[in-house]
Ligand binder design. Sequence first.
Ligand code: NZQ
Ligand code: ZN
Length: 390
Amino acid sequence: MNNFVFNLPTRIFFGRGMENQVGVETARYSKKILLHFGGSSASKSGLLGRVRASLAAAGVEWVELGGVKPNPALSLVYKGIELCRKERIGLVLAVGGGSVIDSSKAIAAGTLYSGDVWDFYTGKAEPPKTALPVATILTIPAAGSESSCGSVITKEEGALKRPLNADCIYPRFSILDPELAFTLPENQIANGAADIMAHLMERYFTNVDHVEFSDRLIEATLRTVVAVAPRVLADKTGYDAWAELMWAGAIAHNNLLDRGRVGDWASHDIEHELSGIYDIAHGAGLAVVFPAWMKYNLRHDIPRFAQFAFRVWGVEPDGFEPERAAREGIARLEAFWKSLGLSVRLSGLGIGLDRAAEMARKCTDADSHSVGQFVHLTSADIEKIYRLAE
Ligand code: NZQ
Ligand code: ZN
């Protein structure tokens, strides 16, 4: 196990009705905030109305900026930064999913930075050390941004989707009320489950030895998602299964599960090229990319893939042919995702291979670096992975 620092700075308020505390909690940080949200879902469900009432009751003033789209755009981030500066905003409150939260984090970091916030995402500038405080009310268990230090933004020009990781953008608090997810359509539930599982699997495939404890934590979280996601789809207002999924989604991506180990993250980078260009849901892209990444890299560590197959999917170990058992684990993952209504092939998303070489080159910034820590992939490898996913 590697040395590590462990700090989870996000205070989580979990459970029914917790969003009604947002005013009181927000007032601890600032009396003037930006209320940031997406399309129409939070307003239709009545959530935004309750948030406004709670803020008003706590004496918090707010300025509103809606319209965050899935795969959040840099242009709206710039608008938010301008607004925060003009209105002397003290906190950004995200009401929505990963896209709204990521846009909020970008605004929070950009407001206090004199340069172009996009430079943080391209690596041209060092990650920020300060940002306005961010808080969230989560409406979809998926990206894990509610307790992560990450933000992923798309620059429309060039369809460049890039991540930033910085400690100062961890939300100060996040409100997780499973009931807020009851209005999600089936496809977003499935996309979210795939993303949560991908966050776990990115961490699972590591070259670091003696990580038995975190292996077991990841396996348990994966098995929980496999058990509860079908229950959520079967009963979209079943609180108990939603509660399990929402909590699993936050834990999957808040860095608890990768202390002392190094995750891979190639599948995420390879997927971000897809959602950047084709504007598909991130989870839908991962359901296509991850199995192909697994097949391509299986032989790097057959025992680890066989362990994944056995402990997560119950595939009996095969002492004579461990690769057979390892492949069966991938097949079970694909079958599970299909059972949720996801496609595990690019063709199912209506995407061909015409831009595969271009995406592979973009992913490595024109071959200036490799991608992935478990296996270091070149653009030639990545193109083959897109082809395997056809
Ligand atoms: O815009 P509205 O109308 O709110 O609709 C949203 C959106 O269309 C809808 N939705 C959300 N909650 C709902 C709801 N509809 C009905 N009822 C509700 N309760 O769902 C759609 C998708 O929302 P989005 O926020 O895009 O989903 P998600 O949470 O999956 O976020 C995806 C983004 O997060 C990034 C992804 O790349 C993608 O851009 N990620 C961020 C990470 C991070 N910051 O740590 C890590 C992830 O790996 C990921 O890359
Ligand atoms: Zn993800």
